[in-house]
Design a protein around this ligand. Structure first.
Ligand SMILES: [Zn+2]
Length: 283
């Protein structure tokens, strides 16, 4: 007789009637919760729409059943050690372990990271550009909402797929010092700002992480300001000459939002424990 797991929702107790066991009996098996979580994330984030720098989705398999989820911005030995201390079954990150162009051979640090996942039987999944560009749970949509923007639309395309947002403040916009203050409050650190734009900011291009190259897109779109994570040397004069505000609020600091929100969503939907692991990075 089949029994339902005590924890979880219908979503993690889906019957799989087509599986035949022991050659004679048709039994009811439960699709592993990890598969359901990955399916849900796949539908939510549509990773196939992005040509990314590394694989989105499951990067390292772990247990079938997931009770404890840890999220973090970047895969690292420290993150995995702390996740193991919490008894994590699944770790979800924005920056995963594997990047195109990197060596296929394992370095000692890559081995150690994998070893931690294997030793503690933790699965690893990563969502990169899909988690920047998503209109609701993406880093940039959440930055726009956190800054108090009234609306936002897709912006900054990477091989055809929007990874940022172009956002608007209501009415007459907000004063420049107010924008800088809101960025600082939201990200928890003082941003680097070149304030060469208009007194009031009505429109802003937002591309989290290393998005400096999209400053030109913001200029072309006539935005009053552009916000990214990591600055490039050339942006100071570019912003000044184009009379646009440029704000760099930190690569890490602008990319905590999406993966944390994803964890909260999964906790709510699948009834699992979730903790966002803060491992601050000044870059
Ligand atoms: Zn990033």
């Amino acid at each position: 007789m089949a029994s339902y797991p005590s924890r979880g929702t219908d979503a993690c107790a889906v019957r799989h009637p087509s599986r035949k066991v022991h050659g004679s009996l048709w039994t009811v098996a439960f699709i592993p919760v990890l598969d359901n979580i990955l399916l849900y994330l796949d539908e939510l984030l549509s990773p196939a729409a992005f040509q990314d720098y590394g694989p989105n989705g499951l990067q390292v398999p772990g247990p079938d059943r997931i009770a404890n989820l840890v999220t973090g911005v970047s895969a690292s030995a420290e993150l995995f050690e702390r996740a193991a201390e919490l008894g994590a079954d699944l770790v979800i990150v924005h920056h995963g372990l594997f990047w195109s162009g990197a060596s296929l051979a394992l370095s000692p640090s890559a081995k150690r990271r994998l070893q931690l996942l294997f030793d503690h039987d933790m699965a690893l999944a990563a969502y990169h550009l899909p988690l920047d560009g998503h209109p609701v749970v993406g880093n940039n949509a959440l930055l726009a909402a956190g800054l108090g923007c009234a609306s936002h639309e897709p912006f900054a395309r990477h091989r055809g797929a929007a990874i940022g947002v172009a956002a608007r403040f209501a009415g007459d916009g907000i004063a420049v010092p107010e924008l800088v203050e809101r960025v600082e409050r939201l990200t928890g650190r003082a941003p680097l700002a070149f304030l060469a734009g208009p007194e009031r900011v009505r429109s802003i291009g937002i591309v989290s992480g290393a998005g400096s190259d999209y400053l030109a897109d913001s200029v072309a779109a006539g935005h009053d300001a552009f916000l990214t994570g990591e600055p490039a040397e050339r942006v100071m004069t570019h912003a000044q000459e184009e009379a646009i505000h440029f704000i760099a609020a930190g690569h890490y600091a602008t990319e905590t939002f999406g993966v944390r929100r994803l964890g909260e969503l999964l906790a709510e939907r699948f009834g699992i424990r979730h903790e966002f692991m803060e491992i601050p990075n000044p870059i």
